[in-house]
Design a protein around this ligand. Structure first.
Ligand SMILES: NC(=O)c1ccc[n+]([C@@H]2O[C@H](COP(=O)([O-])OP(=O)(O)OC[C@H]3O[C@@H](n4cnc5c(N)ncnc54)[C@H](O)[C@@H]3O)[C@@H](O)[C@H]2O)c1
Length: 246
């Protein structure tokens, strides 16, 4: 119960890594806001957590829209009185090479990942500074460090999250707010399972651990970074890739 009575917001928690983080946080004793654009999956995950005896709420939100993110944070503070932890996880990709990426897709991918992360940070930081406590974990990707094939906007957005993480960590560290990033490698989520098997197999072949991650294996690292055990970590960018492109 490393997160006992901590209040956490997890964006994009309706499925995949976000869902695994929300469930892990609940197991560790946190009260969790499932912040999700998809009303159906968001509700299902929150209900699943409540049935298991956890304190959980579904709060609809589009992370790319600052007004809904601000409303989410206000709602959580109104419900539980505070926010201790924010996990910026929501996202999607619109794969494209350099000259095929449209301006609309570029804006959408940077909007959800980079602006979405900024929106989340800006919505919680004043509150966290006032309380002198906060943990922010931003979900980047190993592609943010290596670049990915046909992943122009996604790689740029995920690299941007690393710079943002470090810049914000510098600003808010003295107020007790710690900001870190996790860089997952290939992870078994509904989106990845829809990918052609040949692309997954190529990555798996190059992975020393010889498989992809389960979402719970990413969630374990996020929970550690959100806990007191990581009390001297800020601005860290932690790869969870099974050794792929180490
Ligand atoms: N799965 C992987 O292999 C992998 C690898 C590296 C990084 N990541 C990153 O991890 C995070 C989660 O990935 P995943 O595979 O679980 O994704 P996923 O597509 O399975 O789930 C993403 C969730 O985010 C939600 N979402 C999308 N846009 C949103 C918005 N604007 N506002 C609120 N919610 C929104 C979706 O509805 C969905 O529930 C993403 O940031 C992704 O880039 C994933």
């Amino acid at each position: 119960m490393r997160l006992r009575d901590r209040v956490a917001i997890v964006t994009g928690a309706g499925q995949g890594i976000g869902r695994a983080v929300a469930l892990k946080f609940a197991q560790e004793g946190a009260w969790v806001a499932v912040a999700e654009r998809n009303r159906e999956t968001g509700r299902v995950v929150a209900e699943e957590m409540e049935k298991a005896g956890a304190e959980a709420r579904f709060v609809p939100c589009d992370v790319a829209d600052a007004s809904t993110v601000n409303a989410l944070v206000e709602k959580v503070i109104e419900t539980w009185g505070r926010v201790d932890i924010l996990v910026n996880n929501a996202g999607f990709d619109r794969p494209a090479t350099l000259f095929r990426v449209t301006e609309e897709d570029w804006d959408a991918v940077l909007g959800v990942h980079l602006k979405g992360t900024l929106n989340g940070i800006r919505a919680v930081v004043p509150h966290m500074i006032r309380r002198g406590y906060g943990r922010i974990v931003n979900i980047s990707s190993i592609y943010g460090r290596t670049g990915g094939i046909a992943a122009i906007s996604y790689s740029a957005a995920k690299a941007g999250i690393l710079g943002l993480t470090k810049a914000v960590a510098r600003e808010v560290g003295k107020h007790g707010v710690l900001v870190n990033a996790v860089l997952p490698g290939l992870t078994r989520t509904p989106t990845i399972e829809r990918m052609p098997a040949k692309y997954r197999d190529m990555i798996i072949q190059e992975t020393p651990l010889g498989r992809m991650a389960e979402p719970e294996e990413i969630a374990n690292v996020v929970a550690f970074l959100a806990s007191e055990e990581a009390s001297f970590m800020t601005g860290a960018c932690v790869e969870v890739t099974g050794g792929w492109r180490m």
